[in-house]
Design a protein around this ligand. Structure first.
Ligand SMILES: Cc1cc2nc3c(=O)[nH]c(=O)nc-3n(C[C@H](O)[C@H](O)[C@H](O)COP(=O)(O)O)c2cc1C
Ligand code: SF4
Ligand code: SF4
Length: 368
């Protein structure tokens, strides 16, 4: 599935996101070798920070990280970008800085070193600056404009979900001349608390990523797609080709994958691309244009929603042994057990839909 993001022609829409899996030339090459449409470098900064230990925690569901950017010095990227691109492939340099001029300096350097595009990353949730930079359209405008004015390669701005109005920030990026936006970065979190030690899992706030943030990424992409005209790259919790399609159908031109690469290796990128091609063939899709934004057109505002006369019905299939899940979940007391089956009282059913999703055997359906 060919696509275009930031004016770059990509052989498929699956990109590798910024992170330690793209921290140097050889790790970027792994992404390119896996077939990724493009690879984003780990964020490059002028003041390289010392890594704290430990810095990544996983609870079997989502990941918290407190890694502070890439540890290669700016000049070191000349060698690493050259190495990364030796066999071809698109590489986007992710950069971050405290001032517009420092950001523009980094962007110019990366352009000279051979980056195909820039992704401005000002949305790291470890920073205090989340509130003053990532959420402030004026600061985003100034930072972006300074970069756009100083490089010839295209520029994307990576947005945070930790903001009150993501549309305003996206519009500021577009107004400043960004060729596209990426959404979302990790979300400020504390993964958990060790009850013995009375300590948070990692000792400071970190960024949450992986499957649990996908619904937030999808909502952000849809919101941004309704606000700006530039291409969007969807990020957050992408683990398989269906997730890629979800982002595309909500308006994205490409997606980025981070945590899934960290947990399962670069092979997951090849798998997604292969499955995407199979799906395309099976469904007679000849261009990404056939599906991009298709679900966005069916996304209504709450005010447009109609009250449908929906009610729940059940089939004759026998219940899973010992299961009473739908009976517990029905807040309207509409479901009762009858031997190995359940009965739904349509007069009590409020049509909420929850029982349909909790049933392990798909016995329940909403009907009109
Ligand atoms: C360990 C780790 C390090 C990351 N480092 C960066 C970074 O350097 N720059 C950046 O813009 N995003 C960084 N991210 C955020 C990812 O690029 C991505 O936006 C986020 O993790 C959501 O996507 P995912 O759920 O596929 O991981 C990092 C994420 C993780 C888990
Ligand atoms: S749709 Fe909601 S109200 Fe109706 S039976 Fe199911 S859980 Fe109860
Ligand atoms: S959730 Fe499904 S299997 Fe479980 S009791 Fe309800 S109908 Fe039966």
């Amino acid at each position: 599935m060919k696509t275009e993001f930031l004016g770059l022609k990509m052989k498929n829409p699956v990109m590798v996101a910024a992170g330690p899996w793209s921290r140097d030339g050889s790790s970027i090459r792994k992404g390119i070798a896996a077939g990724a449409g493009a690879v984003v470098t780990e964020t490059i900064v002028t003041d390289v920070a010392v890594d704290v230990r430990p810095r990544i925690a996983y609870n079997g569901c989502g990941v918290q990280n407190i890694r502070m950017y890439c540890d290669i010095q700016v000049e070191g990227w000349q060698k690493d970008l050259e190495y990364a691109k030796k066999n071809g492939g698109i590489v986007i340099a992710s950069i971050s800085a405290h001032t517009p001029s420092e950001l523009a300096y980094l962007a110019s350097k990366m352009e000279v070193f051979g980056a195909d595009a820039i992704e401005i990353s000002l949305s790291n949730p470890m920073w205090e600056s989340l509130e003053i930079v990532a959420s402030d359209p004026e600061t985003i405008f100034q930072m972006t404009k300074e970069v756009v004015d100083n490089v010839k390669i295209p520029v994307a701005v990576k947005l945070s979900q930790n903001v009150t109005n993501i549309s305003r920030v996206a519009k500021a990026a577009q107004k400043a001349g960004a060729s596209g936006v990426s959404a979302i970065n990790t979300i400020r979190c504390i993964l958990g608390v060790d009850l013995e030690k009375c300590e948070p899992t990692l000792t400071t706030y970190g960024g949450y990523s992986g499957a649990p943030i996908r619904p937030l990424g999808l909502a952000s992409v849809a919101t941004v797609a309704q606000a700006v005209d530039v291409p969007i790259c969807g990020i957050g919790g992408v683990e398989n080709y269906q997730h890629v399609l979800e982002y595309i159908m909500l308006g994205a031109s490409a997606v980025q994958v981070g945590t899934a690469v960290m947990l399962h290796g670069h092979g997951i990128i090849s798998e997604m691309i292969h499955d995407l091609e199979t799906w395309e063939r099976k469904n007679g899709i000849t261009s990404i244009k056939n599906i991009r934004g298709k679900a966005l057109r069916n996304l209504k505002s709450f005010d447009e929603m109609k009250v449908e006369p929906v009610t729940c019905t059940t089939n004759d299939q026998i219940c899973e042994e010992g299961c009473n899940q739908c009976i517990h979940s029905c807040l309207y007391g509409a479901i009762k057990r009858r031997d190995k089956n359940v009965l739904v009282n349509e007069n009590l059913c409020g049509g909420c839909g929850l029982c349909n999703d909790v049933c392990p055997t798909n016995k329940l359906t909403l009907t009109w």
